[in-house]
Design a protein around this ligand. Structure first.
Ligand code: FAD
Ligand code: 2HG
Ligand code: ZN
Length: 467
């Protein structure tokens, strides 16, 4: 109640008793399947950003070893009060892979990177990649409909997930584990679970369409004089690289300064300082051919003064290092205390303007600056430019209500005016639940509530969140 003064515990829900614990031990077996000890439950009560905290006292781990998951960024994965946490970490088996169709059937608790490594050995690739790959679960990815770094190439999980199995709130097992690409027989119910953030059922198994792994990957890192230059570079990247373009990411100067401040020993990709940087990746089947295309693109954009400076990675180590400057932004930016995160879609022409407007607003209000008196130390914009998806991050020395009030609803109103989305790829969780109306009409919200009620009439699935 102290943590969330605006929320009240729903007294329809029981409180965990010794009898409940005994029941679950009988059901799941004792040992590591039922977690009660305070120190062991604690990690499940706090999220990755150390921003949300619950009071759960019981964690159930149907059929493994380590905790995975809990990398969500909207407070959706930790309890609010004393809800029971179900960890999927022990359900982590890969069941089958058909290398002709590319269909992978696996448990929801498989770690994304482990699934991708399995596929790499078989010449295929998981159609999603993101910075948290080493700990997030594929079930969590699907539950949040995560977008990630190669959405531009492989598209949404709404297209890649062929089927799923889920347990409904009343215990019914929904078997929609189809491995077919085409299946127009009635409503496509699985789609409701993709991006539902655990609000209508628990995903237990997935069938995912996994493409052929590209034989050749090339990466260029560009320095640019302004945001309009970055937009022009993106246009040219599409024109020159078309079918081999697999990522186009944007990073502003401040984001790179903050990464540099945390990792001063790492050599920066370009010698000079630029207001913006872009990372361009190609994935294709012929390395030499792709490299030549990327070089021709770079030559063109430099000769036209669209790009001020650029470098093309010469080997896999350099590719990894260049990606590091992009992928480590979320982690480095939290180094000073906390981060207010806004994951938004905005039509490209206006996309970066929100960063300038937020910066000006916080500075005018005396909340942004270099001294300890200022709660905010940086307003940063980066993200998946190729998908019109910006991550607006405000790095703070400490979480501070004045900063939050300056940002909300200001950011949401700004986005609604431009017909953007207040949640592009991270979901609603607890953080965005009360702002859904900025991106969805009353009619749509009413229908969503009906769906929630239909599947979960007692409101027991991830309560207090989403809708
Ligand atoms: P959790 O955090 O454990 O859960 C997330 C939500 O899904 C919760 O509401 C939970 O209740 C629900 N859920 C989890 N498992 C299931 C299940 N089996 N059935 C039903 N509901 C379930 N996101 C992007 O879209 N793109 C990115 O590029 C990206 N990069 C990231 C980088 C970092 C460093 C971090 C920390 C996060 C990033 N994310 C990104 C956020 C993203 O949402 C998560 O990383 C990931 O998709 C969540 O998976 P998880 O297993 O950790 O889920
Ligand atoms: C990314 O693209 C993730 O790096 C995280 O979606 C973004 O932390 C964020 O705001
Ligand atoms: Zn992202």
């Amino acid at each position: 109640a102290d943590a969330y003064p605006e929320l009240r515990r729903d007294e329809r829900f029981g409180r965990v008793t010794g009898e409940h614990v005994a029941f679950f031990k009988q059901l799941l077996g004792s040992g590591s399947a039922v977690v009660e000890a305070e120190a062991d439950v604690e990690p499940f009560n706090e999220d990755w950003m150390h921003k949300y905290r619950g009071q759960c006292r019981l964690v159930l781990r149907p059929a493994s070893t380590d905790q995975g998951g809990n990398t969500g960024l909207v407070g959706g994965s930790v309890p609010v009060f004393d809800e029971i946490v179900v960890s999927m970490a022990r359900m982590n088996r890969i069941h089958s892979f058909d290398d002709a169709s590319g269909c992978l059937v696996l448990d929801a608790g498989c770690v994304l990177e482990a699934a991708d490594t399995y596929l790499a050995d078989r010449g295929h690739v998981f159609p999603l990649d993101l910075g948290a790959k080493g700990s997030c679960h594929v079930g969590g990815n699907v539950a949040t409909n995560a977008g990630g770094l190669r959405f531009l190439r492989y598209g949404s999980l709404h297209g890649s997930v062929l089927g799923l199995e889920a347990v409904l709130p009343d215990g019914t097992v929904l078997d929609d584990l189809s491995t077919l690409r085409k299946n127009n027989t009635g409503y496509d119910l699985k789609q409701l679970f993709i991006g539902a953030e655990g609000s209508i059922g628990i995903i237990t198994r997935l069938a995912v369409h996994c493409p052929q792994r590209p034989a050749a990957v090339n990466v260029a890192f560009l320095g640019l004089a302004s945001y309009p230059h970055a937009r022009r570079a993106f246009r040219q990247a599409k024109a020159h690289l078309s079918e081999i373009l697999s990522a186009f990411e944007l990073m502003d100067a401040r984001s790179q300064q903050l990464v540099h401040a945390v990792r001063p020993a790492e050599k920066r990709p370009l010698d000079g300082d630029f207001p913006f940087y872009c990372l361009v990746e190609t994935s294709g089947s012929n390395g030499e051919h792709d490299y030549a295309k990327l070089e021709a693109f770079l030559e063109h954009v430099m000769s036209e003064d669209i790009v001020a400076d650029g470098v093309v990675a010469q080997d896999a180590t350099q590719i990894k290092a260049l990606w590091g400057w992009r992928e480590s932004v979320p982690e480095c930016i939290g180094h000073w205390g906390g981060v207010y995160k806004y994951d938004v879609s905005i039509p490209l022409p206006d996309m970066y303007a929100i960063v300038d407007d937020v910066k000006a607003r916080l500075a005018d209000m005396g909340l942004l600056g270099d001294t300890d008196q200022h709660p905010a130390l940086g307003v940063v914009g980066y993200g998946h430019m190729g998908d019109c998806n910006l991550h607006l991050n405000v790095a703070v020395r400490r979480y501070d209500k004045r900063v939050e009030q300056a940002l909300e609803p200001f950011v949401y109103e700004w986005i609604a005016k431009r017909k953007g989305s207040i949640s592009a790829e991270h979901g609603l969780g607890l953080a965005k639940k009360k702002f859904i109306q900025y991106s969805r009409s009353d009619t749509m919200v009413a229908l969503m509530k009906q769906i929630k009620h239909l599947y979960d009439p007692n409101g027991i699935m991830n309560p207090y969140k989403y809708i």
